[in-house]
Design a protein around this ligand. Structure first.
Ligand SMILES: O=C(O)CCC(=O)C(=O)O
Length: 331
């Protein structure tokens, strides 16, 4: 279920965004003049067309849901974490907030939304909150299995691990629900000029809600089908499509819908899905943890899978599956 504006409704899916204000929705790309054609089968998520699809990967989702994921660009994994896990992770996330509410300088803070950063021993800081209390989430089997099926291989790696705390914020009108520009967090770094649209390049991921997210409660906003529009528009542009709209960090304004859900649900997005954080008008904070999954043979894996050193407390929080997902053990 997703909501648009203040009205809750069941989404009717279209393959392209309904309204584009500053941009033009381009027709599906055609093969011409050195522009690599993007196979329509790939856009449609026809798994049989993907070369290295592993037939042994567990089918935990009905094929119809897999097709829907590639058509809509997202799915909600209901109950990915149990009530007990949600309670423990929620406590850990709230424990990141300093008791005197002094917001550390390295944290991201905008419009009631806080993103904690951790200082590393070398003085750097990053937003991967891989503390022992949250690391069991990185080992979540249900999320791994869903990601593996979508990625077409069991050999999957995990990254991100950032946390979002979105508190009540009434200072923006209901007409502007989003607190960020619509943007794309593509798994293709900006050093590259184009998206290939292949399964090898796919990244799936999103956020685990640790609180119930009701309409206008700070749920992530998405553009159903928008990932296909991004791929088509980039391909139609010719070489350099990766760099459109400020490397897709400022996607033209268009209608988006809020993904609502219950604590324990995971909003799993295609990496080319335009999305944005939204304002939380409700008293309860929205707590979320972000995880992303790629294939081990992802062409830009090294860009994202930074080597990390884990201490004993962290290692004891990781099971065998987590060790593989984090790259501590080989698949
Ligand atoms: O908090 C959210 O719902 C989305 C966050 C997001 O898209 C981002 O930080 O890039």
């Amino acid at each position: 279920m997703a909501t648009s504006g203040r009205h809750v409704y069941r989404l009717s899916w279209s393959s392209a965004p309904r309204k584009v204000i500053n941009g033009k929705v381009r027709p599906p790309p055609a093969a011409s003049d050195g522009v690599a054609p993007v196979s329509q089968a790939r856009l449609n998520g026809d798994m049989a067309s993907y070369a290295p699809y592993d037939p042994d990967v567990a089918r935990v989702l009905p094929e119809a849901e897999v097709s829907q994921f590639f058509e809509r660009g997202y799915l909600v994994v209901k109950g990915a974490a149990s009530a007990q896990e949600v309670e423990a992770y929620g406590r850990a996330v709230l424990g990141l907030l300093p008791r005197d509410l002094t917001v550390p300088e390295e944290w991201h803070a905008h419009a009631g939304r806080f993103k904690p950063y951790r200082r590393r021993p070398d003085g750097s800081s990053d937003d991967c909150i891989d503390i022992p209390e949250l690391l069991p989430l990185f080992c979540n089997r249900r999320l791994y299995e869903v990601a593996a099926q979508l990625l077409g291989t069991g050999r999957v790696r995990i990254y991100d691990g950032s946390v979002g705390i979105t508190m009540r914020n009434l200072s923006h009108g209901y007409g502007s629900p989003r607190s960020q520009d619509l943007h794309v967090d593509a798994s293709v770094p900006t050093e590259a000029d184009d998206f290939s649209g292949t399964l090898e390049e796919l990244q799936v991921g999103g956020c685990l809600y640790l609180t119930d997210v009701l309409p206008d409660g700070g749920g992530i906003h998405i553009v159903p089908g928008g990932h296909r529009w991004v791929l088509e528009t980039a391909a139609a542009n010719g070489p350099g499509g990766r760099h459109l709209y400020h490397d897709w960090k400022r996607v033209p304004d268009q209608e988006s819908v809020e993904v609502v859900g219950q604590a324990g649900d995971f909003a799993m997005l295609h990496h080319l899905m335009p999305h944005a954080a939204s304002h939380n008008r409700r008293p309860a904070a929205r707590l979320a943890v972000f995880l992303r999954y790629i294939r081990e043979d992802h062409p830009y894996a090294k860009h994202y899978l930074l080597p990390r050193n884990y201490n004993d407390a962290q290692l004891s929080a990781v099971d065998d599956l987590g060790r593989r997902l984090l790259g501590l053990d080989p698949w």
